[in-house]
Design a protein around this ligand. Sequence first.
Ligand SMILES: Cc1ncc(COP(=O)(O)O)c(C=O)c1O
Length: 484
Amino acid sequence: MKFPATGKRPADILTDLESLKGNDVPWQEGRVFAYIYDAGDEAKQLLKDAFNLYMTENGLDPTSFPSCMQLEKDVIGMAVDLVNGGEDATGTFTSGGTESILLSLKTTRDYYRDIKPEITQPEILMPTTAHPAFHKACQYFDLKAVLVDVDDDFCAIPEKMEDAITPNTILMVGSAPSYAHGAIDPIAELGQIALRHDLRLHVDCCVGGMYLPFAKELGYDIPDFDLSVPGVTQLSMDFHKWGYAAKGASCILYKDRAIRRYQIFSYANWTGYAVINPGVTSTKSGGPVAACWAILNHLGRDGYLRLVDESQKASQKIVDTVNDIEGMEVMGQAKINMLALRALDFDIFPLADEMRKRGWYIQPQFGFANSSENMHLSVGYHNAHAVDEFCADLAEVAKSVRDAQLGQERYVLPQELRDFIVNSGPEVMDQLGDILGDGTELPESMVEINNILNQLPADSREMLLGEYVNRLYNPDQQEREPAA
Ligand SMILES: Cc1ncc(COP(=O)(O)O)c(C=O)c1O
């Protein structure tokens, strides 16, 4: 699109914006099992109203907008209370799980620079199931990521984590739960290791922070995971996932408030106003924190208990359905609403495409380490009313996908092509046009692409996907007229 020569009426612009959504996944009907957290119409309207009310206010400056600071303090207070942080705990409201994790690792790095300057190559110890945000933090802040294998249920193995500690280790990571399989790491054991070795321990509760406390209260079998566990020093939790807040709402919490001083950027060596930022961003709308404050107060403990209970029941229906499907199984312990489904004797990627034709979105995940390729489902309150229809379609589609493949050879990436890609740089995309397209548009079917990526080493996947996205996110070459 080129810069508009003349302005347009708001009504026309809104029509354009609305029609742009035409190709998006149909999340409004509860048919999308990722990305969306929807607590119903009343809650959504409240989020919009609260967001609007604070959209223009700027959380950058608490002296000008004490209201934004108060909202942040209240939200952090509620979070600390929920995950049993205790008297000394504090935290920072952030834009998302990734920012929370970035801050945690930067803060820890700077703290260790102070107390152990002899560590010049700090290491972060994490299971293979840890979220990529930890790797992003390692890349951004020049930290070494040390990966440790997990067990057959995709949980961290305490002995292996302990064995991987070196004099350079500054922080261990555990997830409660990890995204891919919903596996909850043995946080209590990791805490003991952290205490023995005088390390910090980050519990990634980005998806679990607003879910596990309620699941535990409802009597589900949830191991201890929060800030009250001895040895746990910091915890990330997202409100914009199972807190059902508007996107742009997470927090990083510390059990000891003194360490947060290492997180805060404070700068006065320039000609302008003093910049003091607790988080990554400087100017920030008051919208996300106001919407977050509103939804926490609107739903309250009893509301979240209800949403979690519905999600748990819907998840159990899916688990039961999958257990009855020939050639499929649920991976790991499947204790909560984050599920990974795999096929035992057929190629699972066509399942996503075929389900999509029926209006369902399930998320393909590649094989890595001891996890084979699978389909991820995050099952929320919004999915609960559609779950019976989903289960019926899943059973039918899985059978037809499997039947269609019976007696056929599974796709194997030719060794020559594999070697060629592995030994190439991003320019290899030019030669893969037949399969990947020219990179300017999204492909119709993902089956072949997923199959190829799945059979490449992770480094090559990263290289190809990074290049693909670099080509995709560019202004259209041809003039694109607004849709209306
Ligand atoms: C366990 C876990 N940690 C971190 C993140 C990153 O959160 P965000 O996408 O809000 O940056 C996610 C996202 O799904 C997650 O599941």
